[in-house]
Design a protein around this ligand. Structure first.
Ligand code: IPM
Ligand code: MG
Length: 357
């Protein structure tokens, strides 16, 4: 029997609740589909700061590097907002992405038929939306140097640098192009080439590689226009290829097409070594511990992990079908509630998913 080594990172806020539900589901599904999973839980973010004074202890990095895949819940809490940057929970996550070389962030945005009413957009606009945001994850303004804060004669000044090398751009383009080849062959690259030099290089590289991939229909949009088109006619998009900061923003916006950010999974991949699977949403400290969290984004992230990292395709399909069934049966966590549906807490949503498998 195959044995997969998974590192779980429950993190902060609602993280531990949704991790518990996801772990139970994975334990159940591994029995059903005849494989073993060994879980190791490690601290990251605020919970790691409490334990070790670091948002990403060395022991967590080591365990992640030795795993077959890493499944994270969420990090962050306003309580840590005043800590110096290197001590903040977000820095832990960014350092993890960078330590594992996870340059490719894949964020599928699919509207579930039974949730069409939950979107704040009109049903005819969101019905059938099925797109993927391919976000560069280890470069751009998130990591660019120089950065920092300095005192000047005129007062304090702070700065970050948006920078990409051609190599960094090319490798994320290749990922987006590969994904597009398995879908509708359409890629829209999003940049700000009318203003930023870094975007001009980005666009040139996309144009160059597009010439070598004639079977693809490659288009370009400026980020401001893309943000508008995404809610004006979301169905026009298939694969969206973009830089770190733009992808961060567009993926939250795209989440709203699906009704709730509590539905969106993601995978962050390197060229070799384990990937990181995590919901797009944050740690929602306002509802932490209240059994109100929606575990579905993490559950769907675990399905991406089963499919991409562990090649347990049947188990991944079974999880996605269970989500569909539960939603079709009108079961909803509070973030998704609408008329004539039954409201469930995080734990009961987990039980309903297990029953549906
Ligand atoms: C995300 C999050 C992170 C990001 C934060 C928590 C550092 O917003 O994964 O989209 O900005 O990348
Ligand atoms: Mg984000």
């Amino acid at each position: 029997m195959k044995n997969h080594k998974i590192v779980l990172l429950p993190g902060d806020g609602i993280g531990p609740e949704i991790t518990k539900v996801t772990r139970e589901l994975l334990e159940m599904i591994s029995k059903k589909y005849c494989f073993d999973i060994t879980f190791e839980e490690h601290p990251i973010g605020g919970s790691a700061i409490e334990l070790t004074d670091s948002p990403l202890p060395q022991s967590t990095i080591k365990a992640c590097k030795e795993s077959d895949a890493v499944l994270m819940a969420a990090i962050g809490d306003p309580k840590y907002d005043r800590l110096p940057r290197d001590k903040r929970p977000e820095t832990g996550l960014l350092n993890l992405r960078s330590s594992l070389g996870l340059f490719a962030n894949i964020r599928p945005v699919k509207v579930w038929p039974s949730l069409i009413e939950a979107s704040s957009l009109k049903p005819e606009f969101v019905k059938g939306v099925d797109l993927i945001v391919v976000r560069e994850l280890t470069g751009g303004i998130y990591f660019g140097k120089p950065k920092g804060r300095i005192r000047t004669d005129e007062g304090e000044r702070a700065f970050n640098t948006m920078t990409y090398s051609d190599i960094e751009i090319d490798r994320i383009i290749e990922i987006a192009f590969e994904i597009a080849k398995s879908r509708s062959k359409k890629v829209c690259s999003v940049d700000k080439a009318n203003v930023l030099d870094v975007s001009q290089l980005w666009r040139e590289r996309v144009e160059l590689l597009a010439k070598k991939n004639q079977e693809l229909e490659v288009s370009h949009l400026y980020i401001d226009n893309a943000a508008m088109q995404l809610i004006r006619s979301p169905k026009k998009f298939d694969v969206i290829l973009t830089a770190n900061l733009f992808g961060d923003i567009l993926s939250d916006e795209a989440a709203m097409l699906t009704g709730s950010i509590g539905m969106l999974p993601s995978a962050s991949l390197s060229n070799n070594g384990p990937g990181l699977y995590e919901p797009v949403h944050g740690s929602a400290p306002d509802i932490a511990g209240l059994d109100k969290a929606n575990p579905i984004a993490m559950v769907l992230s675990s399905a991406m992990m089963l499919r991409i990292a562990l090649k347990e395709i049947k188990a991944a399909d079974a999880i996605e079908e269970a989500v569909n069934k539960v939603l079709n049966n009108g079961l909803r966590t509070p973030d998704l509630m609408s008329k004539a549906c039954t409201e469930l807490g995080c734990r009961d949503m987990g039980k309903a998913l297990i029953d549906a498998i």
